[in-house]
Design a protein around this ligand. Structure first.
Ligand code: C5P
Length: 294
């Protein structure tokens, strides 16, 4: 006989968001920048577990937990839960324990906080059985940050507007990625402020399908990250990271993600772990991770 029991614990990977290309094409009157970006979600991320508890609790653990300010009101997971509860018309926080295992460096251009918030929203939907229409969930996500909506469906996408206009991205070949962060925090608003050019050419239209890594990198050669030079000014270590990635002949293309300081290198799937290991030997002070791109 099936017994009625408490909902079971749910665990999900909150994947890093990597901007393979990021074109800044203008600025709105409210100061937000217009962008066009090709975004992927490798199998590298934070871990979020949600389980029944006697009272509401947020537990922070993992290698980068100490870099978070603790469960303050600004914490994106807490804000996500508050927004969900309000939108669902619930009187108070559910009695759950949320455990965030922070494995991605914070403020690092790979959307760690945004992905945590988006993943929390999806986990809450599954846990409570309250599913919002897609548009409503998107609206809640956007109220938490410009990069949160894209993280709701961690698949290859094209972002436009300030990040809220989303469309399905091209299908990609099997591809590996190596991520490096020099463990320097870079402030997104500071990079936006340092940028000299805000009206840059649009993202070239990608094909529906890239059939090889060569065709993907060929396309990416014609793209840019328009925040990269400003971020390098603020954080010279980014130049070192790009040099180290580019010096490895197995890396097909190296570029910064988001507002930095994390950079990525694309490679054959089977090379990713070896490249990670070799780079760790030369740079034990850096955060380095690798995995398949999707
Ligand atoms: O939306 P989010 O809180 O992640 O953005 C952080 C900051 O980055 C904003 O306050 C804004 O200064 C800047 N930003 C921007 N244009 C975007 C996204 C963010 O200028 N498209």
């Amino acid at each position: 006989m099936v017994q009625n029991s408490l909902p079971s614990p749910r665990v999900e990977l909150a994947r890093a968001k990597v901007n393979l290309a990021l074109h800044i094409t203008g600025q709105r009157s409210d100061g937000y920048h217009l962008l066009e970006s090709l975004v992927v979600f490798p199998q590298i991320g934070d871990r979020i577990a949600l389980e029944p508890a006697d009272k509401f609790e947020l537990v922070l653990e993992g290698p980068f937990a100490r870099d978070l300010d603790g469960p303050t009101d600004d914490n994106l997971i807490l804000r996500a839960i508050r927004s969900f509860v309000t939108a669902a018309g619930q009187p108070q926080h559910p009695n759950i324990r949320v455990t965030l295992t922070k494995r991605l460096p914070i403020a690092s251009g790979i959307g760690g906080g945004s992905s945590d918030a988006a993943t929390t929203l999806r986990l809450l939907e599954d846990y409570t059985g309250i599913y919002f229409p897609e548009e409503k969930l998107h609206q809640i996500a956007l109220s938490l940050g410009a990069d949160v909506p894209v993280c709701l469906f961690p698949e290859t996408q094209i972002m436009r507007g300030i990040g809220e206009q989303l469309s399905t991205g091209p299908s990609l070949p099997r591809c590996g990625v190596v991520l490096i962060n020099p463990k320097v925090v870079v402030s997104t608003p500071d990079v936006f402020r340092t940028m000299k050019e805000r009206d840059n050419p649009a993202l070239p239209a990608p094909p529906e399908h890239f059939d090889s890594i060569k065709s993907l990198t060929g396309y990416l050669e014609d793209c840019r990250n328009d925040m990269q030079s400003a971020a390098m000014e603020l954080c010279p270590q980014i130049t070192e990271v790009i040099s180290a990635l580019s010096a490895d002949t197995r890396i097909k293309i190296a570029r910064m993600s988001g507002s930095g300081a994390t950079c990525f290198g694309l490679c054959e799937p089977n090379d990713a772990m070896d490249i990670e290991r070799d780079l760790r030997i030369d740079h034990p002070e850096w955060w380095i991770a690798s995995g398949p791109i999707s």
